[in-house]
Design a protein around this ligand. Structure first.
Ligand code: ATP
Ligand code: MG
Length: 422
C-alpha cells in the first residue's frame, strides 16, 4: 500500500521550505518593529464560533468548512481563518483590560474545503495580524503600510493595493437597498449563487467571479457614494495618510470581501504574476465583532497573508538559496571515522554546519558527495593523518588545500569566510 497525501494538501520540503522560512523570519522581524506580538491559537474551535463571525451565508461557512462531530458529539471545525479565534481569545482573556491597542500576529495552517487548483489548497498557511482597540484611521494606515513593507522586504514588487470602505450599520442599509433596486429587474440573468445572495446578502454579488455576473454588475452603485459622514471622514483620512506616506493604491468599490464581519476599510493586495488566484493578502476593519462575541465595544482591524501564493511569487523572482554545510568530514577506516565524529561534534558545538561520512566509502565517492551537497571545505582523515594528529583540508570552491593540526581545525573554517565565494 502506498499512501499519498489527501487531495488539496501538500508536503512542504526543501528546497521550497527555505523560501517559507525566509518569509517567516522577515515577517516576524517587521511585525515586531510595529509592536505586533505572536499568539498561538488552536486549530480546532467550536463550529458556532465561525458561523457567528464569518456569517452563515458566506462561501466559507456555506461550503468550505471542515466540520465534524468529536467523540462527545460536539460540532468541531478546523479553522478556516484566524480572526474569529483571535477575537475569542481577546474576549476570553479580557485583553481589553490591558494597554490599548493590543496587537497580535499568528502563523499557521487554515483549512477550507475548496476545489484544489493553482494557488488554492484545502490546507494552506496564513500569517495574520489583528489590532484591537483603535478606531483611528492611522491604525488602518499602519497595517497597510506594514503589509507593504513586509512584502517589499521579502522581495516582492509590482504588487497592487486595492482599497475600499464598505461603511457601517448606519450607512450600509441604504447601499443595500440601492443594490437591490439595481439588480432587481435583471436578477434572472445572474448565476444561481447570486440569485441566492440577492435575498441574503446582496453585497456578495459584487464579489462573484462568474464572468456573466461581472458583466451584469457594470454600472452598479458604488458603496463609497453611500458612506455616512463618519465613515466618509474615516476613509478620507486613511487615504490622506497613505498618500502622505507614499503608498500607491487603487480604489475598488467592488472590494466587499467574503466575510460578514467587516466594517469600513477593506483592502487586498494582488499580483498579476499569480494567474486566477491573484490575491496574496487581504484584510479589513471589524469594529463590531468583539462586542458580538460578548466583549466590550472594541474596534479592530486585521489582515492575512497567503503563504503559498507568496512563496510561489518569490520562487519565480529570486534564485534558489539552498543553504550548504561549512564542511564535509571524509574518513577512511573505523578509527578515522571516530576521530572525524569527534571533530564534527567540536565544530558543531562552535556553531558550524558539519556533515560527516557514515561507514565505508571510497575517498573519491566521499569527495563527490561533499561537492554535491555544496560544502565549502572537505576535511580528510586517513591512517597518516591519524598518526600525525593532523587533518587534510581542501577548499572545494578555490581548490586550495593543506594540512592543519586537529586542535586547530576551526581556523580553516573561519578563514574560508574571507575567501572568495562563487
Ligand atoms: P479568494 O478570493 O482567493 O478565495 P479569500 O477572500 O477567500 O480569497 P481570505 O479569507 O481573505 O481569502 O484569506 C486571505 C488570503 O489567504 C488570500 O488572499 C489568499 O492569499 C489566501 N488564501 C485564501 N484561501 C486560500 C486557499 N484555499 N489556498 C491558498 N491560499 C488561500
Ligand atoms: Mg475564498
Amino acid at each position: 500500500m502506498i499512501y499519498s497525501a489527501l487531495k488539496g494538501v501538500q508536503d512542504i520540503m526543501p528546497p521550497d521550505i527555505f523560501i517559507w522560512q525566509r518569509i517567516e523570519s522577515s515577517a516576524r522581524a517587521i511585525l515586531y518593529n510595529y509592536g505586533f506580538r505572536e499568539i498561538r491559537l488552536p486549530i480546532i474551535e467550536s463550529t458556532e464560533l465561525f458561523i457567528r463571525s464569518i456569517g452563515e451565508t458566506s462561501d466559507i461557512v456555506d461550503k468550505e468548512m471542515y466540520t465534524f462531530p468529536d467523540k462527545a458529539n460536539r460540532s468541531i471545525t478546523l479553522r478556516p481563518e484566524g480572526t474569529a479565534s483571535a477575537v475569542r481569545c481577546y474576549v476570553e482573556h479580557n485583553l481589553n483590560t490591558l494597554q490599548s491597542p493590543q496587537k497580535f500576529f499568528y502563523a499557521g495552517p487554515m483549512f477550507r474545503y475548496e476545489r484544489p487548483q493553482k494557488g488554492r489548497f484545502r490546507q494552506f498557511y496564513q500569517i495574520g495580524v489583528e489590532a484591537f482597540g483603535s478606531a483611528a484611521p492611522s491604525q488602518d494606515a499602519e497595517l497597510i503600510i506594514m503589509l507593504k513593507n513586509l512584502l517589499e522586504q521579502i522581495g516582492l514588487r509590482e504588487l497592487s493595493f486595492e482599497i475600499n470602505s464598505i461603511g457601517c450599520e448606519a450607512c450600509r442599509p441604504d447601499y443595500k437597498n440601492a443594490l437591490l433596486a439595481f439588480f432587481g429587474d435583471k436578477l434572472g440573468e445572474f448565476c444561481p449563487d447570486c440569485v441566492r445572495r440577492y435575498s441574503v446578502n446582496p453585497l456578495r454579488i459584487l464579489d462573484c467571479k462568474v464572468e456573466r455576473c461581472i458583466q451584469l454588475r457594470q454600472g452598479a452603485p458604488a458603496v463609497t457614494d453611500f458612506l455616512c459622514v463618519d465613515c466618509r471622514t474615516h476613509f478620507d483620512e486613511l487615504l490622506g495618510i497613505l498618500t502622505l506616506m507614499g503608498v500607491r493604491y487603487a480604489l475598488n468599490p467592488n472590494l466587499v470581501r467574503g466575510l460578514d464581519y467587516y466594517t469600513r476599510t477593506t483592502f487586498e493586495v494582488t499580483s498579476e504574476h499569480l494567474g486566477a488566484q491573484k490575491a496574496v493578502a487581504a484584510g479589513g476593519r471589524y469594529d463590531r465583532l468583539v462586542k458580538e462575541f460578548g466583549g466590550p465595544d472594541t474596534p479592530a482591524i486585521g489582515f492575512a497573508i497567503g503563504m503559498e501564493r507568496l512563496a510561489a511569487l518569490l520562487k519565480e523572482i529570486s534564485p534558489e538559496q539552498t543553504p550548504a554545510p561549512k564542511a564535509f568530514i571524509a574518513t577512511l577506516g573505523k578509527e578515522a571515522e571516530k576521530e572525524g565524529f569527534k571533530i564534527a561534534e567540536t565544530l558543531r558545538a562552535k556553531g558550524h554546519w558539519i556533515e560527516q561520512n557514515y561507514g565505508d566509502a571510497t575517498l573519491k565517492s566521499q569527495l563527490r558527495k561533499a561537492d554535491r551537497i555544496n560544502a565549502d571545505i572537505a576535511l580528510i582523515i586517513g591512517e597518516n593523518e591519524l598518526q600525525e594528529g593532523k587533518v587534510q583540508w581542501k577548499n572545494l570552491k578555490t581548490k586550495e588545500q593543506g594540512m592543519i593540526e586537529i586542535n586547530n581545525v576551526e581556523s580553516v573554517l573561519t578563514d574560508v569566510i574571507q575567501s572568495p565565494h562563487p
